[in-house]
Design a protein around this ligand. Structure first.
Ligand code: HEC
Length: 209
């Protein structure tokens, strides 16, 4: 939904400029004049290229964090319920919250076979997933998107299943009871080791109010 039309456009035009408004010089000039007055500044202190690198490092960290905690849980032999589930997702959500509060970054997930209906993929995301699935050398995608009237640079990366994920995303009848109970429309099962599960997105605001 968010800026979908724009993103569809951008997917077909990878040589986009960072500022689509460049094409409308008058508007751009107006923004240049007005935004400094609003105290606009980059969110992460570096240059645009450095900020993007930093966001890529955060995506890496979040992907690894879930893998690490899933492995700890799988090895512990603990039964999976609401409480032990928190040992995997508690830390992940806490870190995501920190990145939002401290760095202004917004993290979302999307999937075709999703568990939380909030994570159902948009047509743009579903198309990108097909590309990630068919080309394992294709590892990240940057685009520019609008949310509200704000411009974000958005990183998308694929999330692959590991063995340790399958305790909760493996065979349907092996899911913990609480998952089936809490997510009545769950589709996120039946995955195999190495299969693409979905996407992680990190939105970096291009400027701050
Ligand atoms: C302890 C159980 C458990 C483990 C282990 C687990 N998950 Fe999940 N996963 C869930 C639950 C529950 C949700 C829904 C969370 C929510 O409500 O946002 C979920 C959601 C997701 C989503 C978001 C899309 C969706 O379906 O809603 C992705 C992507 C995902 N998991 C990938 C993984 C990966 C990759 C691993 C292994 C590294 C993993 N999960 C390990 C239980 C688990």
């Amino acid at each position: 939904m968010m800026g979908m039309r724009l993103e569809n456009l951008l997917l077909n035009n990878k040589k986009l400029t960072r500022f689509p408004l460049m094409k409308k010089p008058l508007i751009y000039l107006f923004l240049l004049l007005v935004t400094p007055a609003l105290g606009a500044r980059p969110v992460l202190a570096g240059s645009y290229a450095e900020d993007k690198k930093q966001v890529e490092a955060y995506a890496d960290e979040l992907i690894r964090l879930r893998v690490r905690d899933s492995e700890i849980l799988a090895k512990s032999g603990k039964e999976i319920d609401e409480k032990t589930f928190g040992t995997v997702y508690g830390r992940l959500y806490k870190r995501i919250d920190e990145l939002r509060k401290n760095k202004g970054l917004i993290v979302t997930y999307s999937a075709i076979k999703y568990r939380n209906p909030q994570n159902s993929g948009t047509p743009f995301e579903i198309r990108l997933m097909a590309q990630f699935r068919s080309d394992r050398n294709f590892k990240k995608f940057w685009t520019v998107t609008m949310m509200g009237n704000r411009s974000y640079s958005r990183l998308l990366r694929p999330v692959f299943a590991r063995k340790s994920c399958l305790t909760c995303h493996g065979p349907k009848d092996k899911r913990a009871a609480f998952i089936a109970r809490r997510y009545s429309t769950d589709k996120s099962y039946g995955f195999k080791d190495g299969e693409l599960m979905g996407l992680i997105s990190i939105y970096m605001p291009d400027e701050e109010d």
